[in-house]
Ligand binder design. Structure first.
Ligand SMILES: Cc1cc2nc3c(=O)[nH]c(=O)nc-3n(C[C@H](O)[C@H](O)[C@H](O)COP(=O)(O)O)c2cc1C
Length: 256
């Protein structure tokens, strides 16, 4: 399984896949795509790809990874899933299409609704009960699709052509606004320079200057820095953000 996860949701789901496949004595190796240097894949029986959704599509770090994915000569089966705040997105269709072109066979293509980590920009802040309920439902969905996969029953969630085309427009607008949006991230003078954000930024976008964390121009808006800061000193538009992902982000294998 290859995954990217900014604030833990996609990794949380990855762990559920691993757990549920283990019940059938199938071992899943979890690989964070940030740690993949070349895309020479080992020989596996099947692959799982997991991604969060940023403006309806996977972030660039995931699409770059998929574009470099080795071709498959033998129609190796794949599972693709996205996690997002809404019930669905165009991301699984996009990921499956990309891998189908390379000779893979998408057997499971699904969206999994998870807590909204960008509620301070769009949508509603998830409360504790809602988060609990979302995790229960996500777990059930993973359990069900693992059974489907083992029984070779396809589960393909699609999005209409019009939705995908419209969302492409939204994504392109979002992409062009990332540099501006990422300027909204800053740290306060309370920053203890512990280095956790610096060591775990997927873009290597953070340095320490003048006694605090400074965010440069390579940000992809994954929001990891906001949610992992142990003293909640990373601001968005100067505002303190309630760290609603605090429990979930613990599932990431962080560089301590
Ligand atoms: C920059 C950004 C854009 C997002 N856009 C969407 C979106 O278009 N639709 C949606 O349902 N959720 C959106 N979300 C919410 C995330 O997709 C969701 O919380 C996801 O599960 C986060 O996964 P992660 O914790 O593995 O990073 C967005 C989040 C971020 C940070």
């Amino acid at each position: 399984m290859y995954y990217f996860s900014g604030t833990g949701n996609t990794k949380w789901v990855a762990d559920r896949f691993k757990e549920n496949f283990a019940l059938d004595n199938i071992n899943i190796d979890l690989v964070n795509i940030e740690s993949v240097e070349d895309n020479k894949l080992k020989k596996y029986d099947f692959f799982i790809i997991g991604s969060p959704v940023y403006a309806e599509f996977p972030p660039k770090i995931v699409t770059d990874f998929l574009n470099k994915f080795d071709d498959s000569k033998k129609k190796v089966k794949i599972i693709v899933y996205s996690t997002q705040a809404a019930s669905s997105s165009s991301a699984p269709c996009f990921m499956a299409k990309c891998l189908r072109k390379k000779g893979y066979l998408p057997l499971i293509q699904i969206s999994i609704k998870m807590p909204n980590n960008y509620y301070f920009f769009v949508g509603k802040k998830p409360d504790k009960n809602e988060i609990k309920e979302l995790l229960l439902k996500a777990n059930k969905k993973v359990k069900d699709v693992v059974k489907n996969f083992i029984n070779e029953e396809p589960v393909i969630e699609t999005a209409s052509f019009i939705r995908i085309q419209f969302n492409k427009m939204i994504y392109n607008i979002f992409k062009s606004r990332i540099p501006k949006l990422s300027k909204n991230i800053s740290s306060t003078k309370e920053c203890g320079k512990c280095g956790l954000c610096l060591r775990n930024c997927p873009q290597g976008n953070i340095t320490f200057e003048e006694g605090r964390a400074i965010f440069h121009s390579k940000c992809i808006l994954c929001l990891k820095c906001i949610y992992i800061c142990p003293i909640n000193a990373v601001r968005y538009k100067g505002k303190k953000i309630e760290q609603t992902q605090k429990d979930i982000i613990r599932v990431l294998d962080l560089n301590r």
